[in-house]
Write a protein that binds this ligand. Structure first.
Ligand code: AMP
Ligand code: GLY
Length: 429
């Protein structure tokens, strides 16, 4: 089969890397891709937001299945457009993607289907939001979330009333997130440890993939501003067979049943962001895709071909309950440009990627990179993800940082503590 992968980040590099080595895959095409992807797949310069352009590309190239990395094309209805044109794309329809594109939809959906999540209120105006804040009904801190896609910046954890009022004004009066902040969710602040869980769903059934943990803050010890993710590890040591059962029974199954009952069956990767509270796992958010950088550690752990799983999901024939997983933890460290997640320079020469890739148990996935006169240069905030694996977390961390040590560019910024949380929780898997 000929596969088209949509996207240009390290998550898509990991997807292409995984698929390109599989027996049922004759070739992989990527739009728009990046220099790392270009070494293993043909890249075409079509923007992920250009759904018509992607459809034309899939038709012209005869792609049998299109796999979408980022949420934007899904929110724009790529899967619906492809289906209408008789082409196969793996991912949720625009209606099903509302689990990610509208926090209000996701919260109200959870309430309708008794999926555990923080208590919340939906606010349609600044006045209504300020009244909820003034009531103090959720105590402090309190969490405020812009309804729409806000590039990971739409969530504020306000420590007191003044901070909460400022967040309401920011979103609803100054419109910092544009239309995405026209409505807000205000919710109870949950305490516990955070974990992500990934499944492949076919509209009715799900095959669990893995648990993982992200590192969202820019600096060591979870300090500094929020980012798209500075590193991840899988599996999460917090994940136990009992927890697995609870997550499937209390969260994944009711979500799939509820989406199907509401006439928007969910097909695609589903990412549940969870808080493990004293009362059990609760949903913090859904994403309708794999996470980045979680995909870079989750995909290399899947110890069987991915395409048959995705193809079965697309045809609603996912008749299995699991897939084979490598029993080796994976740790991924993101190398970012100086200044990320704020302003950063581009065009810095990158060295050492080939050396890092040559190391045993080290993988390097490209994100914001470009080629200039035969030289690899930086071209984005998150530049590379370096993944290490080993018999335990300590070994996997050591491999990842051995890879990092080979790579250099001006202003290279990364966290030094990726995976440390896993060591604190358990000595090994
Ligand atoms: P989100 O963009 O929904 O993933 O939220 C970003 C981050 O805010 C999450 O990863 C959590 O760390 C935190 N967060 C969101 N909602 C809550 C909540 N109800 N209680 C505590 N922390 C939360
Ligand atoms: N790493 C978090 C995300 O992809 O949304």
């Amino acid at each position: 089969m000929k596969i088209l992968v949509v996207g240009s980040g390290a998550r898509e590099h990991a997807l292409v890397w995984k698929l390109a080595a599989e027996p049922d895959v004759s070739s992989v095409l990527c739009a728009p891709g990046n220099p790392g992807i270009a070494r293993i797949a043909a890249c075409r310069p079509v923007d992920p937001a250009d759904v018509d352009g992607l459809l034309a590309l899939a038709a012209a190239e005869g792609a049998d299945v299109t796999i979408v990395g980022p949420e934007l094309p899904l929110s724009l209805g790529l899967v619906d457009r492809f289906a209408a044109a008789g082409r196969t794309a793996f991912g949720p329809t625009a209606e099903a993607a509302r689990l990610e594109t509208s926090k209000i939809f996701a919260k109200e959906f959870c309430a309708r289907h008794h999926v555990p999540t923080a208590r919340f209120r939906v606010c349609d105006s600044a006045g209504a939001a300020l009244a909820v804040v003034a009531s103090g009904e959720f105590g402090w801190p309190v969490v405020l979330k812009a309804d729409g896609l806000a590039a990971g910046k739409g969530v504020v954890i306000a420590q007191d009333r003044a901070e909460a009022e400022a967040a309401v004004r920011d979103a609803m009066v100054d419109r910092r997130f544009g239309n995405a902040g026209e409505r807000l969710v205000i919710e109870e602040h949950l305490t516990g440890q955070e974990m992500s869980f990934f499944v492949v769903a076919d509209g009715h059934c799900a095959v669990p993939l893995l648990s993982a943990q992200d590192h969202k803050r820019a600096y060591d010890d979870d300090q500094g501003p929020n980012t798209g993710g500075m590193g991840a590890f899988a599996p999460s040591p917090l994940f136990t067979p009992d927890l697995h059962k609870r997550i499937m029974r209390e969260i994944i199954e009711p979500v799939l049943d509820g989406m199907a009952a509401e006439g928007r069956p969910y097909c695609g990767f589903l990412y549940a962001g969870l808080m493990l509270t004293a009362d059990g796992p609760q949903v913090i958010e859904f994403n309708v895709r794999l996470g980045d950088p979680e995909a870079q550690v989750v995909l290399p752990m899947i110890d069987e071909p991915l395409l048959p799983l995705l193809a079965a999901a697309v045809t609603r024939q996912l008749r299995r309950t699991g897939c084979r997983i490598r029993h080796q933890p994976h740790v991924g460290v993101v190398l970012a440009s100086a200044g990320y997640p704020g302003k950063y320079p581009a065009g810095q020469a990158i060295s050492g990627v080939t050396d890092a890739e040559a190391l045993d148990d080290v993988l390097v996935f490209h994100a914001g990179t470009a080629m200039r006169d035969g030289q690899l240069i930086t071209a984005g905030g998150r530049v590379l993800t370096v993944v290490g694996r080993g018999p335990d977390y300590r070994a996997a961390i050591a491999r990842a940082y051995a890879g990092v040590a080979r790579i250099e560019f001006d202003g290279m910024q990364f966290r030094h503590d990726i995976g440390r949380k896993a060591l604190a929780s358990a000595p090994s898997v």
